[in-house]
Design a protein around this ligand. Sequence first.
Ligand SMILES: [Zn+2]
Length: 546
Amino acid sequence: MKSTRQNAPTAPRHPLLLTLLVSVWLVALPNLPLWRQLTQLPEVTGLRGLLFGLGLAVGIAALTHALLSLLNWRWLLKPVLTLFLLSAASGAYFMWSYGIVIDDPMIVNLIQTDPREATDLLNWRMLLALGLLGVLPTWWLWRQPVRALGWTRRAGGNLLSFTASLAVLVVSLLLIYQDFASVMRNHGMLRYLINPLNSFYAIGHVMAEPLDRETQQVLPIGEDARLVLPQGQPPATLIVVLGETARAGNFGINGYERDTTPRLAREDIVSLRNAWSCGTSTAASLPCMFSHLGKAAFEQRSANHESLVDVLHRAGLAVLWVDNQSGCKGVCERVPHLSTAERKLSPHCDGGECHDEVMLQELEQQIAELPAERRARGTVVFMHQMGSHGPAYHKRVPSAFKRFTPECASNALQECDRQQVVNAYDNTIAYTDHFLAETIGWLKKRPGPTAMVYVADHGESLGENNLYLHGLPYLIAPDVQKRVPWITWVSPAFEQQRGLRKSCLQAQQDRRVDHDHYFHSVLGMAGVRASEYRPQLDLYGSCMAP
Ligand SMILES: [Zn+2]
């Protein structure tokens, strides 16, 4: 009787051989974005650069293997390795294609993404990358028979392997320490490229956050909020447009070589051209803009607070939030709010996506449904735009508004010629120009003083230095991701009622302002005061008659 052994495809493998092979695979292929970045650094050249890269690769493999050694248990091993392989494959695709890094805000964005945005990101290139880098090695992995080991032998082996891996890590880092220290000091972002540990680290960090921040309760602000307008004046209507992914430099009115904003150029608006965002993503910027704390204190906060929207509401104004985006990130929860997602039948909506004009469609009736005693004091409507949200820029604009052609119609931006990406993006700015002009037109028809404030949450990269989209850590993000448009329009009646001098505002058009001014300026525009209000941050207050 021949042994059945001959028929077996492979002899059972030692589990630690699998962890080792997976570690080497992860370092070699899914870390290509890291290696690509490394070759572009001026400090890393020649033989010394090669040795540095080699030492770093061995160090990362050893670190990965140390972790996997601790997770090497009979029923756990293959699921854990699968998780590592699939996370690394998707991380590699996004880092390679969009030049992003994976850090906390990126993970928060991922968690808060709605299905509309997620399908925007799907494409064949992504499926191919996931297949080759993730599914293929996973398929191989699950076909490998694993040698059964007793509990004590396994534990002993794991401990030995963990210790040996750590020793290799320490030795490799010591050998390249001089270069390692200087590269990490100058290019700290590289650590966000170490795949897939970057994803695990960020997920762990984001999940641990509620432990050091009290999230169960939201502390009230503006408890003494009040309107400071003289009695007997007609109530004003203020529309605050929250822009999305708009870069200030692509607005014709801000000096862009293309006329992307012909309609705003004909209105009597003031554009502050040197405005800077709080963060580089919606999840980071939006709550920060609506906070009274300002960027520095907001990032260090030990508790969550109510928002600008709550203060306006506390002052007795009729407040409404209309959302054509993935939600208000918690800032509008305590006031009337509605989402265009429920309005699929509008002519402005197509295939689950609504163009921003949909927000004006039933606005009159929606305001009329707010309490009359509040409307008698004044109305503030927030409109959260879909704006220029990428990568599917082409979906943000009705076809009749596509003035810059040919445009990139793929969501794999790197597949398109750069000019086509810029064309598609500029079309979204031109559509925002149309939307803002329509909003001004709507306000002009409304009785009483009216005004519009438009500020975007963050900018966008359009392929400069191979970077696309947004969300890089603030310190290393290019300026195009941080410079945002800030546009103001007021009706003559508003100008008169508040004594707002446009020339005074106009004189500030090149002054550096940022999202720290937002909370206080919107309160100033609405005529609301509260103990959190700081007049020195109110861009409008200083131009109004006392
Ligand atoms: Zn955004």
